[in-house]
Design a protein around this ligand. Structure first.
Ligand code: ZN
Length: 460
């Protein structure tokens, strides 16, 4: 396979050389932030860090510098509204600021994130890896199916594509029909959006692939490998996945030439190590997990000196893959494709931990299923009842109906380890989501706090 390097010297370095580069950049970052940012300086002092010059290894960095997260950002904004003390330095510079908020209709629980022009430019360099690895060339067209709003997601992708030299078609604010009209007319090489929405848009193709489209750029939410494979069939194009967040202010993990892989051997989302330091830690102990283990992502943006993000807990979990573990041989660390989920998306059902992506993978292996929902409810004896409501692509005869129910029941029990009641619903009965996939309804009343809060973080 032909390698598509964006920064060949970094992509062909050894993992040790990359770690050394990260340490050098961490030390410059710590010195700059400590000198200019009262929010972080106080946060670190409270954790017993006096002089950041003492941090002389990435291990010391992880062990001594405390994490930050949503609660810290909200408290900071409340104390110094609306931007918070952490943005004072950036605001004093007299330069254009890129201000975004996370989702929510009021100021309640809504994080404010800012970047300066210099940071915005550096963010563009990170996005170039995505487009290069996906086989797009400067001058190619990209249909961007994300609306431009106060959320980070949308504007970040727009800037990233422009930075690489793509001709962007910003169709995100149109309805699906108009989006496809633009795509069929201008034939961009790539289409970028939120994973579930790209499925919904694909279903409007009516089986006629959009000419010229060769790369589908998914992301913004977790999805199983089978669901991503299905997108490739629908669009007759290769899927490249990405991971990022509003907090990071970019996408910084991307699949390489090898793409999403298979359920048996998922591909790797490679972190762009020279610009972003990503740790995968055990949420209970804070220790880095071993290769193949699941942990929470903790992110440090190495180029953000004006509006720092230093050891930010993302609330996302994923399976860790060290540098050099993908067939491409890149030295960058990464996580397994389709292993990313919100730490709070995991459901405990009948005593078993169940990740939504695992159910995605089982269900979407069956081509007859167009969409599904899982309803969790309480049985008479205060036990969990899990019902899988599957929607076939077309109406089924009685025999096919019974066969599909039986197949799904067995497949779920085998792979998830617990029994779900399977029901089939009429085609059209389950709306295909326009935005994030919302496939789980938790109506259990015998477990306090079982119902998950609706989640619609404006992930990049
Ligand atoms: Zn790779």
């Amino acid at each position: 396979m032909e390698m598509r390097y964006q920064e060949a010297d970094h992509e062909r370095a050894t993992p040790d050389a990359i770690r050394a580069l990260q340490l050098a950049r961490v030390r410059v970052l710590l010195a700059a932030v400590s000198a200019t940012n009262g929010f972080y300086r106080d946060h670190w002092r409270a954790a017993g860090v006096g002089d950041v010059a003492e941090i002389d290894s990435l291990e010391a960095f992880a062990a001594r510098i405390p994490t930050v997260g949503k609660a810290d950002f909200l408290a900071d904004q409340e104390a110094a509204p609306p931007f918070g003390r952490r943005h004072e330095h950036a605001r004093s510079q007299g330069v254009a600021l890129y201000v975004s908020t996370t989702s929510g209709t009021s100021g309640q629980g809504q994080e404010v994130h800012v970047q300066t022009q210099a940071e915005w430019d550096a963010m563009g360099r990170v996005y170039r890896f995505l487009h290069r690895w996906a086989g797009l060339d400067p001058g190619d067209g990209l249909a961007l199916a994300l609306p431009l709003t106060m959320l980070g997601g949308g504007r970040l992708e727009y800037q990233g594509a422009v930075s690489y030299g793509l001709s962007v078609y910003p169709v995100g604010n149109y309805d699906a029909a108009r989006k496809l009209e633009v795509i069929r007319r201008f034939q961009p090489a790539g289409v970028m959006g939120i994973t579930a929405y790209l499925g919904r848009l694909g279903s409007e193709l009516d089986g006629i692939p959009a000419e010229g489209v060769r790369a589908i750029l998914t992301g913004g939410e977790g999805a199983g490998v089978e669901w991503l494979r299905r997108l490739e069939e629908t669009w007759q194009a290769t899927v490249y996945d990405r991971y990022g967040s509003s907090q990071a202010g970019n996408d910084h993990m991307f699949t390489c030439e090898h793409g999403i892989g298979t359920s048996e051997r998922p591909g790797v989302l490679h972190n762009v190590d020279p610009y972003v330091l990503t740790e995968v830690v055990d949420p209970a102990t804070g220790a880095h997990v071993a290769p193949g283990e699941v942990g929470e992502l903790v992110v440090t943006i190495l180029y953000r000196h004006d509006t720092p993000i230093v050891r930010c807990r993302m609330g996302d979990r994923a399976v860790y893959r060290p540098g050099g573990s993908c067939r491409c041989g890149r030295p960058f660390m990464g996580v397994e494709v389709a292993s990313i989920g919100r730490a709070d998306d995991m459901r405990k059902i009948k005593g078993v931990n169940v990740w939504p992506q695992a159910v995605d993978d089982v269900v979407f292996e069956h081509e007859a299923v167009a969409e599904y929902q899982v309803v969790l409810s309480s049985g008479g004896g205060g036990n969990d009842v899990a019902t899988l409501r599957a929607m076939p692509t077309a109406a089924l005869g009685a025999e096919e109906h019974a066969a599909l129910v039986q197949t799904l029941t067995r497949a779920v029990e085998q792979r998830i380890g617990i029994r779900f009641d399977v029901e089939l619903v009429e085609p059209g009965a389950i709306p295909q989501s326009d935005w994030k996939a919302r496939r789980w309804l938790d109506r259990r009343d015998h477990i306090v706090g079982a119902g998950s809060a609706p989640r619609s973080e404006g992930a990049a």
